[in-house]
Design a binder for this molecule. Structure first.
Ligand code: ADP
Length: 370
């Protein structure tokens, strides 16, 4: 039964049926003709041959015998040919229907998908080769459907993100026009904050589209990671001090990696910046560098943590555990998406772990070691 699922065995089987039917028809007709018609037709010829009186009679009887033999053979072959043709017709009809129907369905579904009906799927065939074509087709359709859903979601997210600062700016302008707000430095400073938020969002979006399209130029080289880690911590220290956070580092003297130094620093700024942003005042942040199969930089905080149900989505665009809180603190929810793409582009990885809400989080940034 398993063999019958394979197309090549089906084709071989159908050819075999045609041959067997032809041979069976030939044998059967010959048998029937010899046992019935042929005997009655040949008998008088043989009798005529035995009773022949001269050479002319023998010749006539032989000719008649030859004709009977010829007709019998021709008739048998004709019946065999008709039998084989019928068998060939029926088997090829069954076979081609089994092959053509799924192929037609795939052609029809691909036209519908091209027309925007991404939920379209084809039936799985009982022929193994076509079954794998149909399965791959359905997987491709599912991937396209997901891409389309992401595209729609992206437009929704971008417009939602743009709306918040725009509404703010609109409110300030309206207030000033109606004389409800003073046109002073403080109002302009608040408007400036909203404009900066817009600018950051647009920059993040541009970086995201470039990183997702693999268009960020990377300058991969061998370098010592330790000074890069120190530089990033120094850069973020004022922010940490403003929240009374302590940043401690555990890093071997020199750690050789093969990556892009600027992009590695960008990922570290995102991770340590997040640790600062999502850790309440007085908390601790630990940055540890260890070397195993990869060079692993662990950024651990004892902040608000990430609930287990949110962990799988943490690297998705615009995903924030607490939408309103992150947005008010200036987060666009794109930073980790960009960071993970950068880590991948450098042959590394970015992993998030957390024991749960209020338990702190640890992000592991892996880079290829030299
Ligand atoms: P954002 O700009 O909003 O910080 P990210 O992509 O960097 O965007 O982070 C996505 C979300 O992941 C954040 O909004 C936050 O909810 C969560 N997150 C990231 N880092 C941490 C952390 N160290 N502790 C708790 N939550 C975090």
């Amino acid at each position: 039964m398993r063999l019958w699922r394979k197309l090549r065995w089906r084709i071989f089987g159908s050819h075999l049926i045609v041959v067997v039917t032809g041979v069976a028809c030939l044998l059967l007709t010959t048998e029937i003709i010899i046992s019935n018609r042929a005997l009655t037709a040949i008998q008088p010829r043989l009798t005529a041959l035995t009773q022949a009186k001269d050479a002319v009679d023998v010749e006539l009887a032989l000719a008649a015998l030859q004709e009977t033999y010829h007709n019998t053979l021709l008739f048998s072959l004709l019946i065999a040919a008709i039998g084989a043709t019928l068998a060939g017709g029926v088997t090829s009809l069954l076979l081609t229907t089994g092959i053509i129907r799924p192929l037609q369905q795939i052609a029809q579904s691909s036209r519908r998908i091209a027309g925007g009906h991404y939920a379209e799927r084809v039936e799985i065939s009982d022929i193994e080769e076509l079954d794998s074509v149909a399965t791959n087709f359905n997987q491709m359709a599912a991937a396209l459907e997901q891409v389309e859903q992401q595209r729609v979601a992206l437009i929704g997210n971008v417009s939602h993100e743009l709306r918040t600062p725009l509404t703010g700016i609109e409110g300030y302008l309206q207030g000033m026009m109606d004389g409800l707000m003073p046109s002073d430095a403080q109002t302009f400073a608040q408007m400036y904050q909203e404009v900066r938020r817009l600018r950051r969002l647009v920059d993040d979006l541009q970086a995201l589209s470039r990183v997702e399209a693999g268009q960020i130029p990377l300058h991969l080289e061998r370098f010592d990671l330790s000074p890069v880690v120190e530089r990033v911590i120094k850069q973020l220290q004022p922010q940490a001090m403003a929240q009374s956070l302590t940043i401690s580092t555990k890093c071997p003297g020199s750690v050789s990696v093969y990556a892009d130094p600027d992009r590695s620093a960008q990922v570290l700024v995102n991770l340590i910046g997040n640790a600062i942003r999502y850790t309440p005042d007085g908390g601790n942040i630990k940055v540890t560098v260890v070397t195993s199969k990869f060079v692993e930089i662990a950024v651990q905080d004892n902040g608000q943590g990430i609930p287990p149900e949110a962990l799988p989505y943490i690297f998705e665009r615009f995903y924030r555990v607490d939408q309103s809180r992150s947005r008010s603190s200036g987060g666009s929810g794109i930073g980790l998406t960009i960071s993970r793409h950068l880590a991948w582009a450098m042959g590394g990885e970015l992993i998030a772990t957390s024991e749960g809400e209020g338990q702190g989080s640890t992000f592991y940034f892996l880079l290829p070691k030299v």
